[in-house]
Design a binder for this molecule. Structure first.
Ligand code: SF4
Ligand code: SF4
Length: 269
């Protein structure tokens, strides 16, 4: 499984640059001898959209999901909190959702990292570029295969292009929804380390990106709408739509971090 925490690469990663149309040979299925091997002793960063869909699938709140299934880390270069899947305390450090024979118990809503494997993304800037251009062909796309010794999927005969794999695994929609989040991280990384965010700004980032149910309460049940000008149509749009609320949150964080974006602070009366 792809190693993701804080841009970390491991000695197992072969950074062979691949474009959108590069072909590779790979297949993963229940018949491979290594089945579920990659779901143990791994480091899976969860994106905002992962959390949103996983908590819905498990029928729990985002707050409960964070408490039960995640660990929180600081992404050092960006000085922002990120969330990883908490592994079981068993000998193999298994993912809580893996079952020996059946594989992934939450396959329909498995995280982006699990979907991308065996591809790694060379840079978060790809999704960020995609967000600006909405144009996959011209985005700064580069990928690489993550060839771990235990993974026998590369010995299978099936061929893919990177584009076909992304389509098949449903990562396109995920990257699109998460683009505002990756943009915030990429931009924050480029800010000199000496310019620090306040603890409150980091908490707001965590709230809007990862704790969607609490963020909804914050928007609708606090003085938020008195402090920020939000178009009435937008208010209705985000009231019951998780994805729209998430994307609204990313835009709002642009105001907090960079004093720019669609969400405007109301003038004092
Ligand atoms: S979420 Fe599913 S695919 Fe991902 S590591 Fe866990 S069991 Fe494996
Ligand atoms: S083939 Fe690779 S991805 Fe599939 S189960 Fe084996 S180790 Fe995991």
């Amino acid at each position: 499984m792809q190693k993701t925490t804080d841009d970390k690469t491991t000695s197992e990663v072969i950074p062979e640059q691949m474009g959108y149309n590069t072909r590779f040979q790979f297949e993963c299925h229940k018949g491979v001898k290594c089945f579920t091997r990659c779901c143990r002793d791994i480091d899976i960063m969860l994106t905002p959209y992962d959390i949103l869909t996983m908590r819905k699938y498990l029928d729990i709140t985002s707050e409960e999901f964070l408490a039960i299934y995640t660990d929180i880390h600081l992404l050092e270069k960006a000085d922002l909190p990120v969330v990883t899947l908490k592994l079981l305390d068993d000998e193999q450090k298994s993912c809580p959702f893996v079952q020996d024979k059946e594989g992934c118990l939450i396959y329909e809503c498995r995280p982006s990292t699990c979907r991308y494997y065996p591809l790694g993304m060379g840079s978060l800037s790809y999704a960020s570029e995609l967000n600006k251009n909405n144009d996959e062909e011209n985005a700064d796309a580069f990928f690489f295969t993550v060839k771990e010794a235990h993974c026998l999927g590369f010995e299978e005969k099936k061929e893919w292009t990177v584009a076909d794999w992304r389509e098949d695994q449903g990562v396109n929609i995920r990257d699109e929804v998460n683009a505002g989040w990756t943009d915030l991280i990429v931009r924050k990384k480029s800010v000199p380390m000496s310019i620090k965010l306040s603890e409150q700004s980091k908490q707001m980032f965590f709230l809007a990106c990862y704790n969607i149910d609490k963020f909804r309460k914050f928007v609708f049940e606090s003085s938020f709408l008195k402090k920020f000008h939000v178009d009435p149509a937008k208010i209705e749009e985000i009231r019951n739509d998780d994805v729209k609320l998430l994307q609204f949150g990313f835009n709002w964080l642009k105001v907090i971090f960079f004093q720019e974006g669609e969400v405007k602070v109301k003038k004092e009366e």
